[in-house]
Design a protein around this ligand. Structure first.
Ligand code: AMP
Ligand code: ZN
Length: 116
């Protein structure tokens, strides 16, 4: 998918509204429109990347940044003690429906394992 047609790129550009809770020059985080847990936040790179499967060695730093931002948001949302889950769905079998890499941060209830 090209960045032009990408829903999350449109959220980054401000063309589609979202409840944005964190933004810096590389990363954006916003609340999922269809939350699967009391806290459900998506953390995305601002530069379009289709999926974890297409991440290159040059994107090592941004992947680390996404994880650190997820940890900071989890702490800010009061999840550090109770715990949470950080998930990246990849491709068809992984359940990825939007082709812009995103990390799901889920918490606020006991999450089951394994996922369905
Ligand atoms: P995935 O299935 O891993 O690709 O996750 C895509 C996520 O994006 C789903 O959890 C959707 O609920 C969420 N989503 C879709 N459209 C929007 C939107 N406009 N704003 C916020 N989250 C969205
Ligand atoms: Zn995109």
């Amino acid at each position: 998918m090209s960045a032009n047609d990408c829903l999350f790129c449109k959220i980054i550009a401000g063309d589609i509204p979202a409840e944005i809770i964190y933004r810096d020059d590389q990363v954006l985080a916003f609340r999922d429109i269809n939350p699967r847990a009391p806290i459900h936040v998506l953390v995305i790179p601002q530069k379009h990347v289709d999926s974890l499967a297409s991440v290159t060695e040059e994107q090592r730093d941004i992947m680390g940044k996404i994880m650190i931002v997820a940890r900071e948001i989890a702490a800010a949302e009061g999840l550090s003690e109770s715990g949470y889950r950080a998930v990246i769905n990849v491709g068809l079998d992984g359940g990825q429906t939007i082709s812009h890499l995103h990390l799901h941060l889920l918490g606020g209830r006991t999450l089951h394992w394994p996922p369905g």
